[in-house]
Design a protein around this ligand. Structure first.
Ligand code: PGA
Length: 249
């Protein structure tokens, strides 16, 4: 269960959150509870993450270092003991021109430094309404995973995030989400001839909240959630994590 805070929370607010969730999350052998926070508070959160929470970044540059003003390097993240990174979120694709090629470069780089990438894919409303959902997902997944071998591919987490459901309060139905996550899982299995493809973790994201989390998590192809708005309140994040465990076990 990964929270994506986006550009929210001051340092004080981030610290309040971390103290509030500390002892209330499911044990890590049952669930990976992850908070993906703005870069400036990552170190503070890592120091206080406790036994059952992991901290992720929301983006990174694909280079180790260099003249890239304003960017954060993968080595800066690993040296801060961050363990996850969101890659290719639709907001980054839309507002910062993040292309499929960049998403692929960043995914490869993340794997090479030992970060777990959470790679986001998903269709627009227009693409869904014109029956292009699966073509779009296939193209995005193939491009994101280009040149990644079967050993590494099982370390990648893919998040299915239909753009029309992000921040809109419009959740995909649990059947739509399950169908798309199942499609992604099947595609990766086919591409890599893996029986192990069930080991690929596929998340659903888009207006997940404390009311719909159980229904979504009950679906066989949905392994977890990538949650924006509802991850900002400590109390709700705790509920999301514990409800996911209650449904999955
Ligand atoms: P949301 O965002 O839960 O606020 O819809 C999800 C995301 O963008 O990852």
């Amino acid at each position: 269960m990964a929270g994506n805070w986006k550009m929210n929370k001051t340092r004080d607010e981030a610290l309040q959150f971390i103290y509030a969730v500390a002892d209330n999350l499911p044990s890590i052998d049952k669930l990976d509870s992850i908070v993906c926070a703005p870069a400036i508070v990552l170190r503070d959160l890592v120091k206080r993450q406790g036994a059952n929470l992991r901290i992720g970044a929301q983006n990174m540059n694909e280079n180790d270092s260099g003249a890239y003003t304003g960017e954060i390097s993968p080595l800066m993240l690993t040296s801060t003991n961050v363990t996850y990174v969101i890659i290719g979120h639709s907001e980054r694709r839309q507002y910062y021109n993040e292309t499929d090629v960049k998403v692929n470069e960043k995914t490869i780089k993340a794997l090479s430094v030992g970060l777990t990438p959470i790679v986001c894919v998903g269709e627009t409303l227009e693409e869904r309404e014109t029956n292009k959902t699966f073509d779009v997902l296939e193209s995005q997944v193939k491009k994101a995973l280009a040149n990644i071998d079967s050993n590494d591919v099982t370390k990648v987490i893919i998040a299915y995030e239909p753009i029309w459901a992000i921040g809109t309060g419009k959740t995909a139905t649990s059947d739509q989400a399950d169908e798309a996550c199942g499609f992604i899982r099947g595609l990766v299995q086919k591409l890599y001839s893996l029986n192990e493809a069930s080991k690929i973790r596929v998340l659903y994201g888009g207006s997940v909240n404390v009311k719909n989390v159980k229904e979504l998590m009950a679906k066989p192809n949905i392994d977890g959630g990538l949650v924006g708005g509802a991850s900002l309140k400590a109390e709700d994040f705790i509920t999301l994590c514990n409800d996911a465990v209650a449904v999955k076990y």
